[in-house]
Design a protein around this ligand. Structure first.
Ligand code: BV8
Length: 253
């Protein structure tokens, strides 16, 4: 890990962003937290009181349907009511300056797209729809506020619905995963923002880049398993403050 002072780290990261010809970004729940979406394990994390697998899994939904749907209602509201913070728009600037900025995310709240980031690879799906937990064959239903009038929402067959996100123990969408691994395997710089590096296979992406000798810029107020690895430049601060600082050094304004 680089021991330079934060100020120097920002200019070091800025130089790397400017020089990169095939930069890729990877984000976790911490990217959304300054927009008002609680993280899973961070300071105010939702999962501080609950275990991840007890909620974001088929067994968890069957066991705690109301609790899990409360959590998804909170995130659905984020999609509709909350606004992306300055960090998202800093990424939009890099995207427009570089012409392309593939962004891999573990988040399902759609905030990257809301900010105008174009090439978003959703590893764990999104909150667009829900389907029958017993796979009765009824079509998926759109995730709207009306769906939450009765908790948990039910399928026309009477079973409870599950959000069409990737739950623990479920395979990730094939094309999204293929592209994510390809980008980790071909980028010349990876920026990892707001992830605790707990969930696999998302957590393996920066490790693939590091193994190729590619630098990884980490933006996270907390230390993670990524922070101390050779090749990682760890900027210990928030996405909403650090990203605009990097963009200011590289592109002015
Ligand atoms: C799979 C659903 C094949 C949608 C989610 C044992 C060892 C290793 C792996 C496993 C194992 N047993 C099972 C596994 C595999 C398992 C897994 O990884 N388990 C973990 C818990 C050990 N993975 C899977 O099951 C995946 N599928 O591998 O398929 C398979 C099949 C069967 C059996 C085995 C393998 C599916 C994983 C997807 C699960 N679905 N979500 C939703 O509701 O969101 S996971 C969910 O939690 C998120 O999608 C995300 O991935 C994860 C949360 O992680 P983070 O995004 O990192 O968020 P977190 O809160 O943890 O951290 C936030 C960070 O931000 C903190 O560090 C904080 O400091 C920082 N932060 C806070 N504020 C800011 C900030 N940073 C910057 N700025 C700020 N302002």
């Amino acid at each position: 890990m680089n021991e330079l002072q934060p100020g120097n780290l920002i200019s070091e990261a800025a130089d790397m962003v400017e020089a990169a010809r095939s930069m890729v970004v990877s984000t976790g729940a911490g990217m959304s937290s300054e927009s008002g979406v609680r993280t899973f394990r961070g300071e105010d994390g939702f999962w501080r009181e609950h275990r991840a697998e007890d909620l974001a899994s088929i067994e968890g939904i069957r066991k705690n349907p109301e609790l899990v749907w409360e959590w998804y209602r909170e995130r659905l509201k984020a999609c509709e009511e909350l606004e992306p913070h300055a960090g998202y728009y800093a990424l939009v600037t890099i995207q427009s300056e570089k012409g392309i900025l593939p962004l891999i995310t573990q988040n399902v709240d759609g905030l990257h797209q809301k900010a105008g980031i174009e090439d978003v690879i959703e590893l764990h799906g999104n909150l667009g729809s829900a389907s029958c937990i017993d796979r009765c064959g009824a079509p998926s239903v759109e995730m709207t506020e009306e769906l939450f009038e009765e908790l948990p929402p039910r399928c026309s067959c009477g079973s409870i619905l599950r959000p069409d996100v990737v739950l623990f123990g479920e395979q990730l969408p094939e094309e999204a995963l293929r592209r994510a691994f390809h980008l980790a395997d071909s980028c010349d710089l990876m920026m990892v923002i707001g992830t605790s590096m707990v969930v696999y296979p998302a957590s393996s992406l920066p490790l693939i880049a590091l193994q190729r000798g590619v630098k990884v810029i980490e933006i996270n107020p907390e230390v993670t398993p990524l922070s101390s690895l050779d090749g990682t430049i760890s900027l210990h601060g928030t996405a909403g403050s650090i990203l605009p600082e990097i963009v200011k050094v590289v592109y002015g304004g």
